[in-house]
Structures are given as C-alpha cells and as structure tokens.
Design a protein. Sequence first.
Length: 293
Amino acid sequence: MKKSESHIVPELSAPIRLQEYGVGIFQATLTKSALKKVLKKNYITVNNIMATSATFINGGELIELSISEEIKPKRKLVFPLKVLFEDNYLAVIHKPAGILVSGNSFKTIAHALGQNIKESNLPDAVYPQPIHRLDYATTGILLVGKTSNSIRALNGMFENKEVQKIYYAVAIGEMNSSGEFTSEIDGKESQSNFALCESVLSQRFGKLNLVELEPQTGRRHQLRKHLSSIGNPILGDKEYGVENLILNGKGLYLHAYSIKFIHPFTKEEVYIKDELPERFKKIFYLTQHGLKS
C-alpha cells in the first residue's frame, strides 16, 4: 500500500530550495532531518519529477509524497494542551512537564498539536510545527507555526534574535543580585542574563532563589548549564545539580514564562505570559513586582 499526500505551492516572493520549503508540509516531513530522509529515498516529486535536495520551488508547483508502507493499526495520541494564543499563522501553547516537544517517541507535543490547534485556512497551511524546544522537564511557553511561510519567518526571527523570552527558575545557594553568563556550549557561543527576584531560607538547601533568566542564545540546556556553572543549580536538576542536593520526584523548577516578538505578518506586537506553576508559588510569596509585567 502507498501512503500519498499532495501540496500545491502558493505564490512565492522568491525561489526557495525544497529542502527548506518542504519542512512541515507533510506529516512525514515535520523536521529538516525527516525531509532529508524522504528526499534521499526518492519519496517526493515536484510536478511529477523526482525531487532532490537541490530542487528549487518557485510557486505553483504540485509537490507529492508517496511512501510504500504496510497497513498498521493507527494509535491516536489523546493529549489536551492549553492554547494561550492562536491566529491563522501561529499559536502559543503551554507545555507541561514530562513530555518531549518532538522526536521519535509516540507521546510528544508535536504529535498532539493536530488535535489542539485549529487548522489554518491559508493556502500554505501545514501541520502545526514547534518552532523551538523546551526540555522534557521544563514547563511553559512554546511557539508553534501553522503555515510554511510562518514557520520560515519565525525560524528566521529566532536566528536573528528578534524573539525575547523570559524564564524563571528556582536556584540553590547564595548568589549575586544580577549578572551575565557567557560561555561556549557544544562549541558555540552562549549568553544569558539573570536577575535575583526573591530568596527564602531552606533547612535542606540553605537558600532558594527565584531567578529571572533572559537567554540571548538558544543552546541545549543553556540555562541549566549557566546556573550550575556558578554553583547555583536549578532545584530538581538531576543532570547538572549537586549530588547531595538533588530533589527527587518534584520535577525541574524551570519555567518559560513569557515571549515577545513582532508578528511577522500582522506586524503587531505579540506578548504572551504563562503564569508560574503552583509549586513555584508554594516556595515564594510572589508579589506583583516580583515578576515582569
């Protein structure tokens, strides 16, 4: 049996390589690596001609995906998500702890988006795709693209540092009131700013701090590594924490609190907040001035 899907390319302002345009237009091409795999296996044609990574798209083409597959019973992931903002181009959701954003697992945010996000009625509508990543244990705001043009525009905004994100973490130990991290992570420059909002004494941990974090780059585990590097690991961090101060069973106290950017199509400012989880509030008495408004 063959699994077939088709996509008609809308009018484009400039030619673009299929390996860039094709991300997200089919269920089997939700990521760049997945698209490269199906191209390598000759599963995609453009106007009935076998496509490669060098194929250019100009607008108006018929892109078809055809994959030979065995008939297998389909499992449906049922996972409700809280949608914080949505329009025809993009959405902002709350990511709970304990689930991957994407990957080969059955239970991922990417797989659950179709049942939680409304389908765009624009001509370049695609299956909703996460634009960035949050760790398995991290909670908070996640940005989602709903059209191929929106996904490309939002990815470009992240690369150009046009998206402002604020996180909050609970860090362990004495620490300065503010500061800046700069270091190399996986061979690439990384930078984050931090500000201490509130501290409480703890019999087990000495001191617990509510810390506001603003990453300037987006490296893997960046905020966790930065806080650990100055001796203030995040509460619940089993990978970068101090062995005798590991908190078991309560999760990681890191939350993506807000996101701010200029909408790439409406040109209006989008500013969305996702309030702190109750487990944060149980540690601190959070006054109104304690968080960014």
